[in-house]
Design a protein around this ligand. Structure first.
Ligand SMILES: [Zn+2]
Length: 291
């Protein structure tokens, strides 16, 4: 599963030199493969394969300066934070690294890995997962890259060819990047080393209403703010100030921070083109907000 995730990173052109780092992108891809084949109540630990793949001879860990002895004497490293303290990343045998730069070789290696290490009933869903990861990545690039109305219409045509799961995953990736993992309403930003983030991508006007996946029709929101916004208990004014519904103000059991949001400005992406669209905010005010 680690190698399948690494192949995805090559596919996305994210690996520019022969060093595979412990990034949250890698963690997220690994978690998606894990969820595809493992039971829900078992959390995958990226540190285990990242460390133990050394035993196969083509995967080499590069210690941080001064950590050479720690790495050489370790028979195992089970925690991601400890691994991150110790290594800069892993490098591959040069010949393998060269091969992974070639799309046909990647696709061949992917099939070999899936056929060799997974039961027949799992293979189809792993192939599908790889395809979705790739499509989602391309979709998020489209969403982040297209800026004018004409380009957005072209994206909409492109959407129809995209699998719904890939579209969701791509929309989420675009929003999370645009907002740098920060909740637009309360400002919360929490990320784990293995790529989990507290924010979701929320549509301002729901997808089912206008099929609009532009980042400007969305915000990255933490779970609580997402629910509160979708329930119409908070809204964002054209001035980007937050207003709370009277229903929220009278509730007595609120987490303190929700009631303190009234009158505060939202967190906006650094690029103005991704700021929430005023027409979308107006639609939410009119149709969802509880007056
Ligand atoms: Zn929040």
């Amino acid at each position: 599963m680690l190698l399948l995730s690494v192949l995805d990173l090559f596919e996305q052109d994210e690996i520019k030199s022969n060093l595979i780092e412990l990034t949250s992108d890698l963690g997220e891809l690994f978690a998606r493969y894990w969820e595809q084949v493992m039971a829900f109540n078992r959390r995958g630990n990226l540190a285990l394969p990242f460390f133990h793949l050394q035993g196969d001879g083509f995967w080499h860990l590069l210690p941080k300066r001064g950590k050479e002895d720690v790495l050489n004497s370790a028979s195992q490293i089970r925690s991601l934070s400890r691994l991150e303290e110790t290594v800069l990343g892993a490098w591959l045998d040069e010949a393998l690294y060269e091969l992974l730069g070639v799309p046909e070789s990647r696709s061949f290696l992917r099939s070999i890995l899936i056929e060799t290490y997974f039961a027949p009933e799992m293979r189809g869903s792993l192939v599908e997962r790889s395809a979705i990861n790739h499509e989602a990545f391309l979709y998020s690039k489209e969403l982040l890259g297209r800026r004018n109305e004409q380009a957005v219409r072209e994206t909409l045509e492109w959407v129809e060819a995209c699998r719904p799961t890939a579209r969701d995953q791509g929309f989420r990736r675009a929003l999370v990047i645009a907002y740098s993992h920060r909740c637009a309403l309360c400002g919360l930003r929490v990320r784990t080393l293995d790529g989990h983030t507290v924010v979701d991508a929320a549509h301002i006007v729901p997808w089912s209403v206008n099929y609009d996946d532009r980042p400007a029709n969305g915000m990255a929101l933490c779970r609580t703010c997402h629910w509160t916004f979708d329930e119409g208990l908070l809204r964002v004014a054209p001035s980007y100030e937050i207003f709370a519904s009277a229903q929220l103000r009278v509730a007595s059991n609120l987490p303190g921070y929700l009631s303190s949001l009234e009158g505060r400005g939202i967190v906006r992406p650094s690029e103005e083109v991704y700021w929430p669209d005023l027409t979308s905010l107006q639609w939410h005010h009119k149709n969802i907000f509880r007056r």
